[in-house]
Every structure is written in structure tokens, then in C-alpha cells.
Design a protein around this ligand. Structure first.
Ligand SMILES: Nc1ncnc2c1ncn2[C@@H]1O[C@H](COP(=O)(O)OP(=O)(O)OP(=O)(O)O)[C@@H](O)[C@H]1O
Ligand SMILES: [Mg+2]
Length: 303
């Protein structure tokens, strides 16, 4: 039997300082090779969760198995099989991208020749080759962020943990990381990542876990999570309708400069027809993870 990639049973973590309950009874399983994405508002417990599963923090209670190894009793075996990009990671100003990756691999015990090969390989993949000999303090923030991703990926661990890997990256660089993460899953191992970009989670994830206040709010595939919103379509209304009028078409969600109507396909069609008659600007699209996230987070806030 193939051991699961991650299994947590009633995992709780209390930070003694401040007596903060960062995780409460988190039980989840991630079995198939792929991408598991953790979502949640600031302070939801994502980084704490990654720190516990990567053996940097001891759980307060509960059990955690990574690749079948117990994170408390078999911490060394866990460490040998994972690579981590921490949220608070920083580059060292006098070192180049090449140094960062190469020395990380050497510290992990990789031989000189293999470390050279892996370093060139990952710098190439992340479009860092042209900067390979430039000191980190002369590189832009996004390039430095890519060095951190490269350092974690280079090791080719069976499980890669990335805490907000695309933070501050431009849209094209973000897409490049998505492609590389998918390739990693296909050729090397599984990935657990956190992000605040819901479009990214939607594109990348095989499984999504939404944390709120240290508890699991939702867990499933993107399609399964979409079912948390009962409507199937959303229409963004930019002009031509009054709030009261739109209420008869579905559920209204105010968004910055427009109104969002959540409804079924038939009513959406009626609203679009009416908008065409009036020359109003509207836009329809399916329900996204963004809608699910807003819906679930708002429900919890109102409780
Ligand atoms: N070292 C620590 N000592 C005490 N409390 C902590 C510590 N680290 C985190 N916390 C608290 O634990 C909770 C969870 O924090 P965590 O960093 O895991 O959240 P997060 O989901 O990663 O948030 P973000 O999206 O902002 O990165 C928060 O209330 C935070 O203030
Ligand atoms: Mg965090």
C-alpha cells in the first residue's frame, strides 16, 4: 500500500506566548500526488500548519504523518524527504542566485557534481540563468522571490512545501511558477502551497483546504468547493440597473464599483437580455473559488 502524502488527525497547535490557538482539531488527508492548496485569511493558521508538518514546530496535540512518517517520532525521515520555502524567507545580499541554490543543496548533503547539475537545471527553469552571477542585493524583489522558490525546488524532494511562492510576482512570472509547479508534480513529487490568489488556487490545485481561525472550513476539489455556493452563475452589473431592481434576479453581493448577482442560468439569461435592451454593461461568468471563499468567510464572520 502506498502511504498517504499527508495525514493529520485532530491536529492542534497553541502558541504558549499569547496563548493563541493557531490550529484546532485539523483532520485531513492528502493522498494523491498533486497540489494541495491551503487558503485562508491572514492569521488563519496556514503558516503554522506548514511549520508543523515540516517538523519546525511541535504539535500541541494530535497526530501528523508526512509520507507515512510521524512528524514527532520520525522527524529526521520527514526532513529528508521534504523541501520548504518559508514565508519569511530572505536572500543573502552578497550571494548570487547560483550560490543560494548550490549551497542549499550542499548543506542538504548533495555531492558537488549533482548539486551543480541541479542548480543549473532549476535556474534555467525559473528564468534566473541570466542573473546567476548577480548579487542578490542588486536584484528586484520578484527575482529574489524566485531564488527562494528555486532553493526549495532544486532538491527534488518527494514533498515540496511552498508558503506564498508567488507573493509579489508579476502576472507572467506567476504563470511561469504555476507551470513549473505542475511539472514538479508530474516529474518529481507532490506540492503543498499557500496563496492568497484564488485564481492561482483554482488553476493549480487538485485539493483545496480553506482554514479559518485555525479550523478547517472546507476541504475538497475545486469543483466540490464550488458547490458551497448554491447558484451556478454570477453577473457583474456595472451600469443601467438599480439595486432594488436587481434583487428580483437573484442574490446580490456588492463589490467595489459594481453589483454582483448570483443566480441560475435561466434568470441570468433574462437579466442579460434586459441589459442588452437598456444598453447596460454586464458580464456573466461561472461561480469561481473567489465566490466560495467570500461566501464561506462571510458566513463564519456572521455567526
Ligand atoms: N510565533 C508565534 N507566537 C505566537 N503566536 C503566533 C506565532 N506565529 C503565529 N502566531 C499566531 O497564530 C495565528 C496563525 O498564524 P499563521 O502565521 O499561521 O497564519 P497564516 O494563515 O499563515 O497568515 P498569513 O496569511 O498572514 O500568512 C495568528 O493568530 C498569529 O498571530
Ligand atoms: Mg502565513
Amino acid at each position: 500500500m502506498v502511504a498517504s502524502i499527508l495525514k493529520t488527525i485532530n491536529l492542534s497547535k497553541i502558541y504558549r506566548r499569547g496563548k493563541i490557538k493557531a490550529l484546532t482539531d485539523v483532520s485531513l488527508e492528502f493522498n494523491d500526488r498533486g497540489v494541495l492548496t491551503l487558503l485562508g485569511r491572514n492569521g488563519a493558521g496556514k503558516t503554522t500548519f506548514l511549520r508543523v508538518i515540516s517538523t519546525q514546530l511541535m504539535p500541541t496535540s494530535g497526530k501528523v504523518f508526512v509520507l507515512g512518517y510521524d512528524v514527532v517520532k520520525e522527524a529526521k525521515a520527514v526532513r529528508n524527504n521534504i523541501a520548504v520555502m518559508p514565508q519569511e524567507g530572505a536572500t543573502l545580499p552578497p550571494l548570487t542566485p547560483w550560490d543560494h541554490v548550490y549551497f542549499t543543496l550542499r548543506i542538504k548533503g548533495i555531492s558537488k557534481n549533482v548539486a551543480k547539475e541541479y542548480t543549473n537545471d532549476v535556474l534555467e527553469k525559473l528564468d534566473l540563468m541570466q542573473y546567476k552571477d548577480v548579487h542578490a542585493d542588486r536584484l528586484s524583489g520578484g527575482l529574489r522571490q524566485r531564488i527562494l522558490v528555486a532553493m526549495a525546488m532544486a532538491y527534488k524532494a518527494r514533498l515540496l512545501l511552498l508558503d506564498e511562492p508567488t507573493l509579489g510576482l508579476d502576472p507572467l512570472s506567476r504563470r511561469k511558477i504555476w507551470k513549473i509547479v505542475r511539472e514538479y508534480c508530474k516529474n518529481v513529487g507532490s506540492v503543498i502551497l499557500t496563496t492568497h490568489y484564488l485564481d492561482e488556487a483554482e488553476v493549480l490545485s487538485d485539493q483545496v483546504v480553506i482554514l479559518n481561525n485555525g479550523k478547517v472550513l472546507a476541504n475538497g476539489t475545486v469543483d466540490e468547493l464550488r458547490n458551497f455556493v448554491k447558484e451556478k452563475v454570477k453577473i457583474e452589473v456595472y451600469s443601467g440597473f438599480l439595486f432594488e431592481e436587481l434583487q428580483s434576479y437573484g442574490r446580490l453581493v456588492p463589490v467595489a464599483d459594481r453589483l454582483r448577482v448570483l443566480t441560475n442560468e435561466k434568470t441570468a439569461q433574462e437579466l442579460v437580455n434586459e441589459a442588452i435592451k437598456r444598453g447596460a454593461r454586464v458580464q456573466t461568468s461561472p461561480i469561481t473559488l473567489d465566490d466560495v471563499f467570500v461566501e464561506l468567510s462571510t458566513e463564519v464572520e456572521q455567526e
